[in-house]
Write a protein that binds this ligand. Structure first.
Ligand code: HEC
Length: 169
């Protein structure tokens, strides 16, 4: 073994391994969040859910050409079951993510323009529905929990009047 190989074997390789470990530790180790950090994070999430709430109750023109809003058929997030996705949907003969089903309702019952799946608007609708289903056990693939299909009430959106839970007032 020449000097170069010896160097690689005994010095360079352990150094490289140690460096990789140090980097990994730096990336993964995290002090618990401070109270201030948690408050700031909660505020961001709540703002997203509030935006979703407004979109849910108001019939936004691009999302609805017939004046129907989500809340006309899913008042207070009813029968949206975010905890059951992904699951097979007979409407499309596909296993669908929650956001795909949101777009299905925008394009079909609301005859509107689908949202970009990763847009802040889609995340806002998700934030609202998921917020209202906090604590419900996740049961991915469950066909549905609804006992009755959503019943549309024709209207141009709804007066923004929520459940009174958390921000939803
Ligand atoms: C005119 C009534 C109507 C409107 C308006 C409507 N939906 Fe729906 N929604 C339905 C029907 C009907 C289904 C299918 C129910 C089924 O498959 O059993 C459904 C299903 C869903 C599901 C899947 C629920 C499940 O458990 O399978 C989601 C999520 C959903 N809607 C979200 C929305 C969102 C978000 C909006 C607003 C952007 C919206 N819907 C607007 C009627 C409506």
């Amino acid at each position: 073994m020449n000097m170069h190989n010896r160097f690689v074997r005994w010095v360079a390789m352990p150094l490289a391994a140690a460096a990789a470990l140090a980097t990994a530790t730096l990336v993964t180790a995290r002090e618990p969040f401070t109270k201030e950090e948690i408050k700031a994070m909660d505020e961001k999430l709540t703002a997203s859910a509030k935006r979703g709430y407004d979109m849910w109750y108001g019939a936004r023109a691009d999302m609805s050409s017939n004046g129907l809003a989500c809340a006309n058929c899913h008042p207070d997030g009813a029968a949206t079951n975010p905890q059951t996705f992904p699951k097979y949907m007979p409407q499309t003969d596909k296993v669908m993510a929650f956001r795909d089903m949101v777009n299905w309702c925008i394009e079909n019952p609301q005859v509107g323009k689908a949202l970009d799946a990763s847009s802040p608007d889609m995340v806002a609708l998700e934030s609202y529905s998921y917020y209202l289903h906090r604590g419900v056990p996740i049961d991915t693939g469950l066909q549905t929990r609804q006992t009755a299909g959503p019943t549309p009430k024709n209207a141009r959106g709804l007066a923004v009047k929520g459940t009174g839970i958390g921000f939803d007032k």
